[in-house]
Design a protein. Structure first.
Lengths: 854, 158
């Protein structure tokens, strides 16, 4: 696929040069290559090995141009434009050069286009038609690379769960190896041997299974790398492309579906490069996640519970039952008895309809979208939400000279931003600092990685503030004030309390103080913490001490595809007077009832003070940080409606189950973490009887006797008005008291449990994508070699993880990148529900760990 | 562990000499080759841990250089140049003669594990063609009589 012709000029260059190309005179920034300049002027130069996001290598020689006063043809991808340069891209000499290069490139290429999966979108095929000719002087036997002892068709070998390699087709542009190393920092693929015998292959004894491996296939200019997801299923020219966005990441990666309309089926996902967001790279979760939509396990019809058993029903029946029961409960006992949770991955229309459904049709303020966090604040007016509402621009990471990641396992939570951080280090020599309770990627490019005690985030941040103050970098902050607000007299005390060296803390403080452009990213480890408000307060102080807002950006990043939309559309229970007033003026009414958040709703349900709940795309039993608590609560409800794509532990408890359409099945709009509004086209029509959430909720409201909108126009107009409400809160001007919570000491023989997403999964649905299961199909406990040795376990053994609330048994993965006092378990697998080990009251989830003997 | 403490020490010492870590790859594989006599994936893995560079990068560098054997070879590795100058001067018959003398085919090792015979690309000694390299030494302007003497000397040395 031809790369975009966007012109990329190196940042911070103001000097320009003027040159002539094909008789046209043009001025470009100094440092621009001839190829980039030509593309910017609309002149196409063919190439195989050039990629806009990688350093040029000049491996393929296809981009030859003629430059006056230079005796030979030059590779335009690696030649910078100079003043007075005269370039020709279509002269006879150039045409002859291209033709010769094509002839050489085809030297060992098998010409098996009819059986090659790349046919129709192959750069080599296209450029041969454009620049080659129909004969070759190389009439001898082509070199064939055959894997001894591996029976395969067309000499294909599988080098990763999703990647098939055909070395004979490879033209050695090295794009895959370069992207893997330069952009992703992965070394599971290499170029081995020399000359004619050079081959791309997996590293000895390894599989190409890094979290970005799908990109390698996408950028391959020939059919050397193909993926098992797509190959031999359809020819590319039989598909239509539909522009969508990724529902698994909060940056809203731009993707496109390849769809066969008559079959109503998506065949694959590729990138739709957007330099402001994703640079064209997709994580594998983004790439293969579409498969969940076409899973045979999807709910096919609504279900109604009859005599304790869920039986299939028609939509009319299900909606009638749901509406009748909801109205009954609402009218009989008053509105506080209905609660609702919606997924922050839903589109704006669905979230807004949900909000209005709950507050207008159900007359209840029990609305929330944050199901996976414990001890939530009800309103947005707290230091955590101040830090979370700050403006953040993904592309600004590139130019930041100092990047600090606090409480975020970047590659698992924010793959796009992870790649941006790597890019900044690679191309901008940015200094990267990681401050986490466990070692995380990109530790290989970090200037310094600080691993603090679990549950000491705010103390570590305070230590940085105090260190800055002691070194005289915190101008305008009163030293005594800072000491009393942080609760520590000296940086050394705070550093000691969180288990870090003062020298390391000082190094971070110095970097932030001296940095010209700062990016500070905080993530899920902060949001998931019970003490998120204390950490938020510490971040506010960090901003105050260093004046981060004056020279960069700092934010706690949203985690879900539309977390920002959910907050802006008012899905938090307590909206405050201003926001509530705005809604009241639009709706003409606003419920007076006490607002309850997820915790409060589940607690009330448990005490039988809440009678009914409606869940849209959420699975509290799987994701709420206290599994049994959530299950008991939902079980005690008189009436539960669950809308989801699949049968889950939660839908099993429901009285009415409604099949939900996924994001790929209807048009939706989403706010990414920057607050950028993006829209996603439907790839296919909803499968089976699934319906979009907004449609379900509208029908339900109508049946309840309180229709929500006269039409789509009314809904959109209302949303427009609501989105004018500014929920951003400014950084506080003074210091805030950080109440460091007395650290719970680790009980005997326990380790701290950290749960999160596996790099190949996101949430609880990706288990339904076969490709992603191919990368990682079951939960595991990631342990340090030392801890593994202490427990006498190795790869292949299983361990039992036990807490007061439950236990799970999972296989062991030994990793050198994790510390001795923590264990990481992915939360993506239904068979090993890690949320059964956590309790809503704990700050650090201590678990007992022991070997399972056969 | 395949590498001895002495090799590991040498690798670490040489790695300390370079401003870029990657520069340490070639000295490291050379040290390993001198100790073991050939290279393989296990050796790459060990080097990778010592100088903290991904295994694939070590393997890439090592496989690029054909002068590092990747399989066990005899005590004396005979590399006959088969490029243009040597070919014109009779490299082919030189290989045939060696095959006959050693009673092995090109690419094989003698039963006593003393000799391995291979032919290689240009060794940069065209003026003295035909020629061969045995371990670190060049043997030039070869004739059957010369080859007989060289082999006899090496056999005597054992």
């Amino acid at each position: 696929m031809a790369d975009s012709t966007k012109i990329e000029t190196p940042a911070r260059t103001v000097e320009t040069v003027t040159f002539t190309i094909n008789g046209r005179t043009a001025t470009v920034a100094k440092g621009t290559t001839v190829l980039q300049a030509a593309h910017g002027l609309g002149i196409t130069i063919p190439s195989f090995c050039w990629h806009p996001k990688l350093k040029p290598v000049g491996a393929c020689r296809m981009c030859y141009v003629e430059i006056e006063k230079m005796p030979k043809l030059q590779v335009s991808c690696a030649t910078e434009v100079t003043n007075g340069m005269v370039v020709f891209t279509e002269s006879d000499k150039v045409k002859q050069g291209r033709r010769a290069i094509i002839e050489f490139t085809l030297l060992n290429h098998p010409l098996d286009c009819p059986t090659c999966d790349k046919g129709g979108e192959c750069d080599l095929q296209n450029l041969t038609f454009a620049h080659g000719y129909d004969d070759s002087r190389f009439a001898f036997q082509k070199l064939r690379k055959i894997e001894a002892g591996v029976p395969s068709t067309f000499d294909d070998i599988k080098i990763g769960p999703e990647i098939v390699l055909n070395r004979n087709r490879c033209i050695l542009c090295y794009k895959c190896v370069r992207a893997n190393k330069e952009a992703f920092g992965e070394y599971d693929l290499g170029a081995f041997e020399r000359g004619n015998h050079t081959e791309i292959n997996a590293a000895p004894g390894q599989q190409v299974d890094n979290p970005f491996s799908g990109n390698l296939v996408e950028i391959c200019p020939v059919g050397a790398l193909t993926n098992t997801d797509w190959r031999y299923k359809i020819r590319v020219w039989l598909t239509d492309q539909k522009a969508s966005i990724c529902p698994f990441t909060s940056s809203g990666t731009n993707i496109q579906f390849y769809v066969e309309r008559h079959k109503n089926r998506i065949f694959r996902t590729t990138g739709r490069r957007n330099d402001a967001i994703d640079d064209g790279w997709l994580s594998d979760v983004t790439r293969y996640g579409y498969q969940i939509i076409q899973s045979p396990d999807r709910l096919k019809t609504p279900l109604i519970k009859k005599n304790g058993k869920q039986v299939p029903a028609t939509w009319d029946e299900a909606l009638a039952v749901a509406a009748a029961r909801l109205t009954e409960i609402r009218d009989k006992k008053g509105c506080v008895c209905v609660g609702g949770l919606a997924s922050p991955s839903l589109d704006n229309a669905s979230l807004y309809t949900f909000n209005k459904f709950m507050r207008v049709a159900m007359e209840s303020n029990n609305v929330d979208y944050r199901t996976e966090y414990r001890r939530l604040p009800s309103s947005l007016d707290n230091p955590y939400d101040i830090a979370a509402s700050q403006a953040f621009t993904i592309a600004d990471i590139d130019e930041s000279d100092v990047i600090v990641v606090i409480g975020s396992d970047l590659v698992r939570e924010h793959p796009n931003e992870y790649l941006r951080v790597r890019k900044a280090e690679q191309f901008n020599r940015s200094k990267v600092f990681l401050l986490n309770p466990l070692s995380t990627k990109p530790s290989d490019v970090a200037a310094l990685e600080l691993v603090h005690k679990p549950g000491a985030e705010e103390i570590a941040i305070s230590a940085i503030c105090l260190a800055a103050m002691e070194s005289g970098w915190a101008s305008g902050v009163n030293a005594d004030d800072l000491k009393s607000k942080t609760g520590f007299k000296k940086a050394a005390d705070a550093a000691g309390a969180c288990g870090l060296d003062l020298i390391e803390i000082q190094a971070v403080a110095r970097a932030i103080a001296e940095g010209k452009k700062i990016t500070i990213i905080a993530g899920e480890l902060v949001t998931r913490s019970r003490e998120r408000e204390a950490i938020g307060a510490a971040l506010c102080n960090l901003n105050r001490v260093f004046g981060v807002d004056g020279k960069g950006q700092m934010a706690i990043l949203a985690r879900h595809a539309n977390s920002v939309g959910a907050a802006r559309l008012g899905l938090t229970p307590d909206l405050g007077a201003g926001f509530a007033g705005a809604l009241k003026s639009i709706w003409g009414q606003y419920p007076e009832t006490p607002p309850q958040n997820t915790d409060a709703m589940l607690a009330a349900a448990r005490k039988e003070e809440l009678d009914a709940m409606i869940l849209v795309g959420v699975n509290p039993v799987m994701i709420y940080p206290d599994r049994e608590f959530a299950r008991e609560a939902l079980d005690k409800l008189d009436f539960l409606i669950a809308c989801d794509l699949f049968e889950t532990e939660t839908t099993q408890l429901a009285d009415v189950v409604l099949p939900l359409a996924g994001w790929a099945e209807y048009r939706g709009e989403y706010f990414n973490l920057e607050g950028r509004l993006q829209s996603a086209e439907p790839g296919i029509a909803p499968l089976n009887e699934a319906r979009p959430a907004h449609q379900i909720l509208e029908s339900l409201a109508e049946q309840c006797g309180s229709p929500l909108f006269a039409g789509m126009d009314q809904r959109n107009a209302e949303m427009e008005k609501i989105l004018k409400v500014d929920i951003r809160r400014p950084w506080p001007t003074g210091l805030i008291e950080v109440k460091p919570q007395p650290q719970e000491t680790a009980p005997e023989r326990t380790v701290a449990l950290i749960m999160g997403d596996d790099p190949h999964h996101s949430g609880y649905l990706t288990e339904k994508a076969p490709s992603l299961v191919g990368f990682c199909g079951e939960a595991y406990a990631e342990l340090s070699p030392e801890l593994a040795a202490k427990l006498k376990v190795g790869a292949g053994d299983s361990v039992r993880l036990e807490a007061a609330t439950g236990k799970i048994i999972v296989p062991v993965r030994v990793s050198e990148h994790i510390d001795n006092d923590v264990v990481f378990v992915p939360r993506n697998f239904m068979a090993a529900p890690v949320n059964s080990l956590v309790s809503r009251k704990q700050r650090v989830d201590w678990v007992k760990i022991s070997k399972v003997s056969d | 562990m395949i590498l001895t403490a002495e090799s590991i020490k040498q690798i670490k010492e040489s790695a300390a000499r370079y401003p870029h870590r990657k520069s340490a790859i070639l000295p490291a594989i050379t040290i390993a080759y001198r100790q073991v006599g050939h290279l393989n994936d296990d050796i790459y893995r060990e080097i990778s841990k010592i100088i903290n560079i991904p295994q694939s990068e070590i393997a890439e560098a090592a496989t690029f250089y054909t002068l590092f054997p990747k399989q066990p070879v005899g005590k004396y590795l005979i590399q006959v140049c088969h490029n243009i100058s040597c070919a014109l001067m009779g490299a082919d018959s030189l290989v045939e003669y060696l095959e006959h003398k050693l009673a092995i085919k090109k690419g094989e090792t003698t039963k006593d594990n003393l000799f391995t015979l291979i032919s290689v690309e240009c060794l940069g000694s065209c003026a003295t063609a035909p020629m061969m390299q045995i371990n670190q030494d060049f043997h030039e302007n070869l004739t059957p009589a010369k080859v007989d003497k060289i082999l006899a000397d090496l056999k005597a040395k054992g």
